[in-house]
Design a protein around this ligand. Structure first.
Ligand SMILES: [Ca+2]
Ligand SMILES: [Ca+2]
Ligand SMILES: [Ca+2]
Length: 327
């Protein structure tokens, strides 16, 4: 037998041994799952569902209201917006995975994209280049806290924003886990504006957009839910700061460059933020963060300054020049 034929034989033997090992491992883990009482029926339902999601993501270039370059659109601004009804195909027109479209997934609020893809489970989408091994995007929930998960992968060519084509892996996981929505930060409070309207700033540091429905703002007197224009998505994109104003129209004319501006139910943050002192709480379910102030010691008392957090997650606050929409 020639050397290269021997080599091929070795490869076949190795592949067969590996397949047998994987089959044994699979039957062992399946048996273990039965023993551990894992709900296999529900897990089985996830296998076709992940394939449907993979098919949706790799089946087209996607579009929003007829715009195929949907990655250039945003939540909450412009006439054509990303919202339900957006097809989230990740391909460029020639069938190669588009890095820009993959990264644009980060703009989708968690609930919005799951709804768009018809998913009731928790969802995670990861795109990685294989050589070099680098993450293009991780979208979605915290897989580490998942009790059961199902994952499917597809290998594709990805065209980077620089124009290179590299092998990449698109990975979709469906899993069961507690809903995680713990990262929205109160970063600025304008409680005594020299003119205009009271406002506060919220920052979303995550890699995916966050829905604002259910988040509450409270002072010592009243609770308010955050509200938006009916034509806008009530969400803040990934790594973006938004403003909640008593009067969003007045705020938008004072600060036209701020893209994400929302209001509250009754046009007053709490019952109005006290100029001499007050307290503001941002909460969602059991999560809660409170910032209280006294104008005599904290400043920002009608001099054009606001109270600003030293960094998005730091404990310190200082009175400084207002920077709504920027952290
Ligand atoms: Ca109110
Ligand atoms: Ca005030
Ligand atoms: Ca700011």
């Amino acid at each position: 037998m020639r050397r290269d034929e021997q080599g091929v034989t070795h490869v076949i033997e190795y592949t067969l041994a590996l397949t047998l090992f994987i089959m044994l491992l699979h039957s062992f883990t399946t048996t273990m799952e039965f023993r551990l009482g894992v709900d296999l029926d529900r897990q089985d339902q996830r296998y076709p569902a992940v394939r449907v999601v993979l098919g949706e993501l790799t089946g087209s270039v996607g579009n929003a209201s007829g715009v195929e370059a949907w990655e250039t659109l945003e939540w909450g601004t412009g006439e054509t917006q990303l919202r339900n009804g957006t097809t989230v195909g990740l391909l460029a027109s020639d069938g190669v995975l588009s890095e820009a479209k993959c990264q644009a997934l980060a703009k989708f609020p968690y609930g919005g994209l799951r709804e768009e893809l018809g998913i009731n489970e928790e969802l995670a989408i990861e795109v990685r280049t294989l050589s070099p091994d680098a993450q293009v995007i991780f979208w979605g929930g915290d897989l580490d806290s998942a009790s059961i998960s199902v994952t499917e992968e597809r290998l594709l060519l990805l065209r980077t924003t620089g124009g290179d084509e590299v092998p990449a892996k698109l990975r979709v996981s469906l899993f069961e886990a507690p809903f995680v929505s713990d990262s929205l930060y109160l970063t600025e409070i304008m409680y005594a504006p020299t003119s205009g309207t009271e406002w506060i700033e919220l920052y979303n540091p995550r890699d995916t957009a966050i829905m604002l429905s259910g988040w509450k703002l409270s002072d010592l007197e009243e609770d308010d839910l955050i509200t938006g224009d009916e034509t806008e998505q009530l969400s803040i994109p990934a790594r973006t700061a938004a403003v909640i104003a008593s009067n969003p129209t007045i705020f938008a004319s004072d600060y036209p460059s701020v893209s994400y501006v929302f209001g509250v139910e009754d046009s007053a943050l709490g019952n109005g933020l006290g100029d001499t002192g007050d307290s503001l709480t941002l909460s969602y379910g059991a999560l809660s963060y409170t910032k209280s102030w006294e104008a005599t010691t904290d400043g920002a008392d009608g001099d054009g300054n606001s109270l600003t957090r030293d960094c998005s997650t730091c404990d310190g606050w200082t009175a400084t020049t207002a920077t709504p929409g920027a952290v």
